[in-house]
Write a new protein. Structure first.
Lengths: 208, 203
């Protein structure tokens, strides 16, 4: 058997259809045996790439937001207006981020209403949201409560907050560079919404 | 804890999570996501060779899954169902972008795409090991058609008959393209590591 004949049927040989004459050729031909061992090595190493990469926490954030918007995540038999009950059980300090979320939500609503209102809403929402991005005390408090109720979720929420804070900082910087950039303003509002969503998710999860 | 949730230290099993996700339980969705995110994302990343697109496709695959989870009856393994859905999402995206999911049998290969013929040539051999990163880079450099078949077969472990069904080609075509993909990868790996190959002498 020549190398040409061997390599013509190599795809079948690689699929395991190996006959005595193929084995004999492999034993006598370093070039073809080198080729077969290289192709086998590539195939073996490729399997190690399965499930080898970790997606960014942003992916789950987006999925969870979409699930909530589509109503696929339902609250398990509880009234949505749980803030007072929640605050009785937990620290009053929780009212701060909750209030901030409401203000941001207000800002977003007004923003969607029109451009003239958008400017006003940004003026209201931005400082509050900036305080959310910059003030790590609220984030820390959130993580402590999440950690005390569901310890395995703490890291996940820490990642979420780090990402969303970075997103807010980037968006704020872009708006500062060009206050008339509508795309940048939209990104900033989206960043605020994401942060509000992270807090809302944590509140939902932390409920007894 | 008296409600449906369990403490996170005692995370839900996959089957429990599936049942609770059907009821709209937020934690159950995340448990399912955490169990399968690496496999789905890695598949999307290998097939597209683009991080942003892979994230987008991962999101799309999981959303499709969660929207349909109420119809899951457990006749097939959940992971099989999810991964097949992810493959379909990726293949659909490649088709939308008019990228070849698999080269047609009749397609004339360009000089650039066709693996170099090695008949009788004195040949350098890969030196016994392949670094994960260099293999990743070589896969990214494959033409999209070869890449799809290679990833589905050698990385994800699908059989040729399954691949033929998924991408819409013959089993023979799948086998032939896989071989060409491996040959092309060998060539790419050798050129990326000029000092790390061994000469295989002709008898």
């Amino acid at each position: 058997m020549t190398c040409g004949e061997f390599q013509k049927i190599l795809p079948d040989i690689m699929e395991g259809q190996r006959k005595a004459e193929h084995a004999a050729h492999l034993q006598s031909c370093p070039a073809c045996s080198g080729l077969v061992s290289d192709l086998s090595l590539i195939s073996e190493q490729a399997r190690l790439l399965q499930a080898s990469e970790e997606p960014s926490p942003r992916v789950w954030n987006q999925i969870e937001i979409a699930l909530r918007q589509e109503g696929l995540i339902r609250q398990p038999g509880r009234d949505r207006s749980l803030v007072p009950a929640f605050s009785r059980r937990w620290s009053l300090a929780w009212l701060l981020p909750v209030a901030a979320i409401l203000v941001i939500a207000f800002g977003v609503t007004v923003y969607k209403g029109g451009r003239s209102q958008q400017i006003a809403s940004n003026r209201v929402a931005a400082p509050v949201a900036m305080s959310l991005a910059a003030n790590s005390n609220d984030d820390q408090q959130l993580l402590e409560v999440v950690g005390s109720r569901t310890p395995s979720m703490r890291t996940s929420y820490a990642d979420n907050l780090r990402n969303v804070n970075a997103y807010i900082r980037d968006a704020e910087q872009t708006v500062q560079n060009d206050p008339n950039d509508e795309e940048a303003q939209r990104s900033l509002m989206a960043a605020y919404e994401q942060k509000a969503m992270v807090y809302e998710m944590a509140l939902d999860r932390s409920l007894p | 804890m008296t409600d449906a949730r369990k403490p996170q230290g005692d995370r839900l099993s996959e089957s429990e999570a599936i049942e609770r996700a059907k009821q709209g339980d937020a934690e159950a969705f995340q448990v399912l996501y955490d169990l399968h995110k690496r496999r789905v994302y890695s598949l999307c990343l290998r097939m597209t060779a683009n991080t942003a697109e892979a994230e987008d496709l991962t999101q799309e695959a999981f959303l499709q899954l969660f929207r349909k989870i109420g119809t899951f009856r457990g006749e097939s393994a959940f992971s099989t169902w999810l991964h097949r859905m992810a493959v379909n999402v990726v293949l659909m995206r490649l088709r939308k972008k008019s990228l070849p999911v698999v080269p047609l049998e009749e397609t004339v290969e360009t000089e650039d795409e066709a693996p170099k013929k090695e008949l009788g040539a004195q040949d350098a051999k890969l030196a016994g090991s392949i670094d994960r990163l260099e293999l990743q880079r070589a896969i990214e450099a494959l033409p999209p058609g070869y890449r799809s078949i290679f990833v589905l077969h050698d990385v994800e472990g699908y059989e040729h008959n399954e691949i033929a069904g998924m991408v819409g080609c013959s089993i023979g075509n799948s086998k032939s393209q896989l071989h060409k993909a491996r040959m092309k990868l060998r060539e790419l790996l050798k050129t990326s590591r000029p000092g790390r190959t061994e000469k295989a002498s002709k008898p």
